[in-house]
Ligand binder design. Structure first.
Ligand code: ATP
Length: 288
């Protein structure tokens, strides 16, 4: 049996760090939504008791370090599956970009194998299993738009923002999420207005959404990688209605209600960087 599952990227409309937990994780509060930039994952059931991974990009692990492998493994172990699966990942989401590429691949494998292995698990159960793989996996299991708290696993679903164009720009440099967390000073940072963003989304107030885009990690990422700040400034100069960094970066994105403006931004950036995408919001949550 063969099945192809789509694994969409997420962006952060807000990202706040509200505390440090006893277990070493940071307590976050963020609004995430899925966009139609997606990896394509082909799952093929095999008789052999093994998990094979194939990826079309050299620097993504093709072994147990791949989060898609870990998703298959956790289901196989928990439900004593004695056959196996070959996972072929066609990556389109830039890697280490703040777009949850690995987490969404893991989530797609959980959803796909739940069906193929007839496990009958709910999305809530898959999300709980996903949390053992990574903090962003529960959101990626559900998709849609949500406020995420705790490590990122306590989800409150909200409506999807009004339709708009999103221009994503990922500079080629890498940033380490760990280094960025270490530079955060919880007392000095300006916190996003998460409640205000939620209200703007609920009332479909596009200019309010653009005004409230905010990410507490920007300052630290900009210090470590000034090029990210330059890209944000360029997007603002090109006339985007709202611009912010996603996750711990380095991807920066702009929202605009105009397709013409979206392609103007795209063309303005494409001249000097490879990873620029014009995408749409995905909207609805997955259903089982
Ligand atoms: P997040 O937004 O959740 O912080 P990210 O978008 O910054 O994630 P990923 O693209 O998920 O980062 O990659 C982070 C690391 O995970 C990379 O070092 C990569 O090698 C590893 N990795 C493991 N599995 C995958 C996968 N399926 N796709 C991409 N990267 C993966």
């Amino acid at each position: 049996m063969i099945k192809v599952v789509k694994a969409p990227a997420k962006i952060n409309l807000t990202l706040d760090v509200v505390g440090k937990r006893g277990d070493g994780y940071h307590e976050v509060e963020m609004i995430m939504t899925t966009v139609d930039l997606a990896d394509r994952i082909q799952l093929s059931l095999i008789k052999e008791d093994q998990i094979n991974i194939e990826v079309n990009i050299g620097h993504v692990p093709n072994d147990k370090h791949n989060l898609a492998y870990q998703a298959a493994k956790v289901l196989k172990d928990r439900y004593s599956i004695t056959s196996g699966v070959s996972i072929n990942i066609d990556k389109h989401i830039p890697v280490s970009a703040g777009l949850a590429g690995g987490s969404t691949d893991a989530a797609a494998v959980l959803r796909g194998l739940n069906e193929m292995w007839s496990l009958g698990l709910s999305l809530e159960e898959l999300a709980e299993i996903g949390l053992t793989i990574g903090s962003d996996v529960p959101f990626c299991v559900h998709g849609g738009t949500a406020i995420a708290k705790g490590r990122g696993e306590t989800l409150t679903f909200i409506p999807t923002p009004p339709p708009c164009w999103i221009v994503l720009a990922k500079p080629s440099l890498g940033v380490s999420t760990k280094d960025i967390y270490q530079r955060l000073d919880l007392n000095k940072m300006k916190h996003p207005d998460t409640q205000g963003m939620k209200e703007a989304i609920e009332t479909g107030d596009f200019s309010g959404i653009c005004k409230k885009l905010e990410n507490v990690m920007e300052t630290a990422t900009f210090e470590l990688a000034p090029e990210v700040k330059n890209i944000k400034q360029r997007l603002i100069q090109f006339g985007a209605e709202g611009t912010v960094m996603s996750g711990s970066g380095p991807t920066v994105f702009s929202l605009t209600s105009s397709e013409t403006k979206a392609y103007r931004l795209y063309n303005g950036l494409k001249g000097f960087m490879d990873d620029v995408f014009v995408v749409r919001l995905l909207g609805s949550r997955y259903q089982i």
